[in-house]
Design a protein around this ligand. Structure first.
Ligand SMILES: [Zn+2]
Ligand SMILES: [Zn+2]
Length: 356
């Protein structure tokens, strides 16, 4: 029997009611003042905690901006809209990273990604030392592929990752925009590799390389590097990942090797057009403090968990059983994008998908 598969609900294109993120009336002024003070406090603590930020940011600026000026992808000024928000994230890096690491440890343990790592360990022990880095990169990228895919396709996880994707202008500083709890995206890959027998130094170095190359991938440069398209990821690949355009939604999840997108059917690199529009279709607020609050909207008060731990644990268990696990499973089982889909819009793509 032939059945037509209806498109799964895509959290990136859900139409949501616009939300009021600031109090109304005279309170709006107070909210803005409070946000500015809070952002200033986070930046000050960050700079006291890690002064190298003051050197690193000009270094990134000098390394990337000249190429953005010489080979611009989009005609945009350095002082483009919301650049102050992204600079706020860049200057808050040390505090954000600290919070990310705090959250990443329990997420890495609870993700159980270390279980397949342990299962692979006897095979990893057989790999010649010279081949270990390449295998390590491929396995790390495989784990990141799946967590990144789920952070897009599972609505609860998308709340956190949508902050990164809310920027409508990609450039040297836009890659810094990340919710600290979105930093947990890398945790399962880290635990997976450690359990498989790779050293902490190697895994840590991969995480650092992924973060630094990530900054370059957001740069506003028009380079295509077509011969590399299916070998390593390029700015074009990641710009398509950020594109809020038909056909591009939920594609290009790898962070090193497009091989995983090719294998799992999410590769999207049309030859006949370039990404034009970025951002998300939902109402993510502007400003760093409002964005830090955004994914937590509607969440239960954590103090209630402390006061009623058994009730809270049951509620978390119900959420995992009835929402999180089914959403993970639905994303893992969704049909592949056919290789001839380049250039098709999302609606026609899903409408033509059939199973027998
Ligand atoms: Zn993403
Ligand atoms: Zn990005």
């Amino acid at each position: 029997m032939t059945t037509i598969i209806t498109p799964p609900q895509d959290p990136r294109v859900r139409r949501v009611q616009p939300r009021r993120h600031e109090p109304a009336g005279t309170n709006r002024g107070r909210w803005r003042l409070l946000s500015t003070v809070l952002a200033g406090a986070i930046i000050t603590i960050s700079l006291l905690f890690e002064r190298s930020v003051v050197l690193l940011l000009p270094l990134f600026f000098v390394l990337i901006v000249p190429f953005e000026k010489l080979f611009p992808r989009h005609d945009q000024r350095l002082r483009r809209p919301q650049v102050a928000t992204d600079m706020g994230y860049a200057l808050s890096g040390p505090v954000m990273n600290f919070l990310s690491v705090l959250a990443a440890i329990p997420v890495g343990i609870l993700s159980l990604a270390w279980l397949p790592g342990l299962a692979l360990r006897p095979l990893v022990d057989l790999i010649p030392p010279a081949a270990m880095p390449l295998v390590g990169i491929a396995l790390f990228d495989l784990a990141i592929y799946w967590t990144h895919r789920w952070y897009h396709e599972v609505p609860f996880l998308w709340r956190f990752h949508s902050v990164h994707h809310s920027t409508e202008h990609l450039d040297w500083v836009s890659g810094f925009r990340n919710h600290p709890l979105d930093g947990t995206l890398i945790a399962p890959a880290f635990f997976f590799l450690l359990a498989a027998g790779f050293s902490t130094e190697f895994t840590g170095a991969l995480a650092v390389v992924q973060i630094v190359t990530g900054l370059f991938l957001h740069a506003n440069v028009r380079w295509l590097w077509r011969p590399l398209h299916k070998v390593v990821i390029t700015p074009e690949f990641h710009h398509w990942h950020h594109a809020n355009e038909p056909g591009a939604i939920n594609s290009n999840y790898s962070v090193f090797l497009p091989a995983w997108d090719l294998l799992f059917g999410t590769y999207f690199m049309p030859k006949d057009r370039r990404p034009q529009r970025y951002g998300v279709s939902e109402a993510v607020p502007t400003g760093m403090i409002a964005q830090l609050r955004y994914p937590l909207r509607g969440s239960a008060n954590p103090l209630r968990m402390v006061r009623h731990p058994i009730h809270g644990a049951r509620a978390v268990g119900r959420f995992v059983r009835h929402a999180l696990l089914p959403d993970l499973w639905r994303s893992a089982r969704r049909p592949r994008r056919p290789s001839h889909s380049e250039g098709l819009d999302e609606g026609s793509l899903w409408a033509t998908m059939r199973t027998v």
